[in-house]
Ligand binder design. Structure first.
Ligand code: AMP
Ligand code: ZN
Ligand code: FE
Ligand code: FE
Length: 284
């Protein structure tokens, strides 16, 4: 059984619609995926329906923006009751922060000689309720300023780039609490990707595990073999479920093809067992 527990659709910053994503997952030989769009549940229903037609299990998820000492941390929330009011309110607050920050980013890009209008970013984002830097990058590509998203991040938009603007996100312990409060299961996404290992130390992850964190994403394209080995040990020691996933974004991240990293069936079953046991949402 091939299981990829972290993929994105065009409902956030992926490039496949939820239906196309499920189709592509089936073509890649996957049996199950978890749709984890950034800060929104909006794609889950379409993906679930497509999954039933095409024959791919779809676990509903979200990749929630959080922060630790004002550094971005991503928490995957699986099987949440998508109607849970406190969680929905917080996700809405995060999305307002996303929208608000875009104009500030564009102001800086203008000063750097890369003028773009908000409408161009909005057009790049399509109907996405969760606008982000990748959409700014797409608008830069359309203008011909950069070749692709990666060049836009490397030159302007990365967390240390000249056009980076911070945005609102809840504390990581609060994000985990909200996911658990919606009967979901929280997993720490790509903990040591993009230099985050400096901040998300073993000590910090140990503390998160004491605050209802239940899993850790070990096999992720941003982790090298040594990261994976150390995270496997740490996860084992803390009793965390270890997962693997592609973090697929369609054409938006060419190094993350569907199924490039996967989760063992035993880990997936344990995730579903816990979610079902607490009244969260599991695939039918
Ligand atoms: P945002 O949601 O606006 O904070 O942007 C986060 C998105 O941008 C996620 O999909 C990340 O994978 C992507 N991203 C963040 N940093 C980089 C980077 N240095 N290179 C490429 N993509 C990045
Ligand atoms: Zn993304
Ligand atoms: Fe992420
Ligand atoms: Fe992601």
């Amino acid at each position: 059984m091939l299981i990829d527990l972290h993929v994105h659709s065009s409902v956030s910053d992926g490039t496949d619609t939820p239906t196309r994503l499920v189709f592509n997952a089936h073509a890649a030989g996957l049996d199950a995926i978890a749709l984890c769009d950034h800060d929104t549940f909006d794609g889950i229903q379409e993906a679930t329906e497509a999954g039933k037609r095409i024959g791919v299990q779809v676990l509903g998820g979200v990749e929630m923006s959080a922060q630790l000492d004002n550094r971005q941390v991503h928490i995957l929330g699986y099987g949440c009751q998508t109607w849970n009011a406190p969680l929905l309110a917080e996700l809405a607050k995060v999305r307002v922060g996303r929208t608000d920050r875009i104009q500030a980013t564009l102001d800086i890009l203008g000063e750097l000689g890369q003028p773009i209008t908000y409408d161009e970013v909005r057009a790049a984002a399509g109907a996405s309720p969760s606008i982000g830097r990748p959409h700014v990058a797409d608008a830069m590509v359309v203008r011909g300023y950069v070749r692709d998203r990666q060049e836009a991040f490397d030159t302007f938009l990365s967390d240390t780039g000249p056009a980076y603007v911070p945005r609102y996100a809840p504390h990581v312990i609060e994000a985990i609490r909200l996911i658990r409060g919606a009967n979901g299961l929280a997993v720490l996404a790509h903990p040591w990707g993009r230099g985050m290992g400096q901040y998300l130390t073993s000590e910090v992850i140990t503390e998160l595990a004491a605050h209802d964190l239940e899993g850790i994403e070990v096999d992720h394209p941003d982790h090298d073999p040594q990261d994976r080995e150390l995270l496997t040990e740490l996860g084992f020691r803390l009793g965390l479920i270890r997962t693997g996933s592609s973090d697929y974004h369609g054409l938006g991240k060419r190094h993350n093809p569907l199924g490039v990293n996967t989760t063992r069936a035993s880990g997936y079953r344990e995730i579903l067992r816990r979610i079902a046991g607490r009244g969260g949402v599991v695939p039918a």
